[in-house]
Design a protein around this ligand. Structure first.
Ligand SMILES: NC(=O)C1=CN([C@@H]2O[C@H](COP(=O)(O)OP(=O)(O)OC[C@H]3O[C@@H](n4cnc5c(N)ncnc54)[C@H](OP(=O)(O)O)[C@@H]3O)[C@@H](O)[C@H]2O)[C@@H](O)CC1
Ligand SMILES: [K+]
Length: 463
């Protein structure tokens, strides 16, 4: 797990006030980290073009030019007037060293974006938008200083955004780099230490980035067990029975001892799943919503979930009349995709927004929902999954675009249901099922377009 911050200004200030470091010292470390990243990948003499903006992001780029000049063929481009005191100081030093400042970007091995960082305060002008498009079209290795220009600190993107192969971010990981829109822009991310170790630079934060190694599988360690030792998941099987079948198969594969589809009518199901009209007494977790449609009257649904067993809720349940009732429960995991989350937000009176508005401020909307419903676990699907409960938040950035396919969400609900049935807390069930889901997708050996729900289900066999 790693910490995520919505801003790092206060962390920088602590370096000055508490540790006696200076802005210049921090900047030198920032530039040195980028120089190290270039040296690691490119030999002496390679061509490096650094595009520097008016503020301290530009100053970082100017300091990088000084560090590389002599060993590398460095050129600096200054599309805007150099403004901040640190940028002017670094610029003077470059002039003394004779680093070439050129008007246009020429073909190069490494292209560095040091135009804007955390200080991007208003929409990009047309000149910078054109420049970023030109930079993106070049074949060079692209390095972003701190954050790619065009990515705002909240995670939304301007009309154009620099598409980096590598972002060297300063001091700590910023939350905005893990929005869905950011996923196209940031590339690989490394953190530059700025003169003190990260553990001293960082403070406590409610936002955590999940790492692949955080996955805790439902491994079976006790030998003296039987199927009843691993829980019994009920999956409410509605109009589109395929969705419930996928969830049920996923749950069985992910360790649930028994899985029963709770259906109104007899449905053709795989032989390893069971089927019942009423909820068997041993069911200790229920998945509801996937393919539900209008099949059940409210009373029929209530009969299937009418005690306080943990629930995982997906898809059609967010538009269902029973939503308000369900949200009062203590142990519940909600797994909306962005469109479903906008429905959830408006039906709970938290916010009225469309998908575009939601995606521009995913983190804020998740915080608002979790404040209003602190017992519920929310898992907001997307290119980067956000999981929240109360004032704790996690981001799983490990998914790939292979998961963008019908049925992927049903598999995830099944995995969550399996872990609920096996005794995980709702928060842990959401975290570890999500990590297993993304890990199974990453390990799929075919092309990304080819991944099916069955591949994901098979994928958890060998994690
Ligand atoms: N703090 C530290 O200790 C450390 C900070 N570090 C580095 O500093 C970076 C933050 O620096 P920063 O605050 O100077 O902001 P930055 O992103 O350079 O932009 C500000 C400038 O851009 C301008 N401007 C803004 N938007 C614009 C627009 N749309 N179109 C045109 N102009 C626009 C804005 O102009 P103004 O709004 O003032 O008119 C101002 O001139 C941070 O990302 C990291 O790289 C590291 O060295 C480590 C230590
Ligand atoms: K930048």
């Amino acid at each position: 797990m790693q910490n995520l911050f919505d801003e790092v200004d206060s962390l920088d200030r602590r370096c000055y006030d508490a540790y006696g470091l200076s802005e210049e010292l921090l900047m030198e470390h920032a530039a040195e980290a980028m120089a190290g990243a270039v040296r690691e990948r490119f030999g002496a003499g390679s061509r490096v073009v650094i595009v520097c903006g008016p503020g301290n992001n530009g100053a970082d780029g100017l300091a990088l030019a000084r560090l590389l000049h002599g060993g590398y063929h460095v050129e600096v481009v200054l599309p805007l007037e150099v403004k901040s005191p640190m940028a002017r100081l670094q610029h003077e030093r470059l002039q003394k060293l004779g680093v070439p400042v050129v008007d246009a970007i020429t073909p190069c091995d490494v292209l560095v974006d040091a135009i804007f960082g955390s200080g991007l305060g208003r929409p990009l002008g047309s000149g910078i938008i054109g420049l970023i498009k030109l930079m993106n079209a070049l074949g060079a290795f692209k390095l972003a200083c701190d954050i790619p220009t065009g990515l705002r600190s909240g995670g939304s993107c301007d009309t154009a955004v620099f598409r980096a192969d590598l972002t060297v971010t300063m001091g700590a990981l910023k939350r905005g780099m893990f929005s869905d829109a950011a996923k196209n822009a940031v590339g690989e991310i490394t953190v530059a230490e700025l003169g003190v170790s990260r553990s001293l630079y960082e403070k406590e934060t409610p936002w955590i980035l999940l790492e692949r190694g955080d996955l805790r599988l439902p491994l079976r360690e006790n030998a003296d067990v039987h199927k009843g030792s691993f829980g019994h998941l009920g999956v409410v099987c509605g109009e589109k029975s395929g969705a419930a079948i996928i969830a049920g198969k996923a749950a069985l594969r992910f360790g649930a001892g028994l899985v029963t589809l709770l259906s109104n009518e007899e449905v053709a199901i795989p032989y390893e799943l069971m089927q019942s009209h009423l909820r068997p007494a041993t069911v200790n977790a229920v998945a509801i919503g996937m393919g539900l449609g209008q099949e059940f009257a409210e009373q029929e649904l209530r009969e299937r979930i009418d005690n306080d067993i943990p629930l995982v809720c997906d898809a059609d349940i967010f538009a269902h009349p029973m939503l308000g009732e369900l949200l009062k429960r203590k142990r519940i995991v909600l797994t909306p995709h962005p469109k479903e989350f906008t429905t959830l937000l408006s039906r709970t009176g938290i916010a009225t927004t469309d998908v575009r508005g939601l995606q521009q401020d995913r983190f804020k909307f998740v915080e608002a929902f979790c404040r209003a419903y602190p017992d519920a676990v929310l898992l907001l699907k997307g290119a980067n999954v956000i999981i929240g409960q109360g004032d704790q938040f996690y981001v799983n950035p490990h998914g790939t675009n292979a998961l963008a396919k019908g049925g992927s969400g049903d598999v995830l609900s099944g995995f969550i249901g399996a872990l609920l049935a096996q005794g995980y807390t709702p928060l842990d069930a959401a975290i570890h099922a999500s990590l297993a889901h993304t890990e199974a997708a990453r390990r799929f050996e075919g092309q990304r377009y080819a991944l099916t729900p069955d591949d994901l289900i098979e994928g958890v066999c060998c994690l």
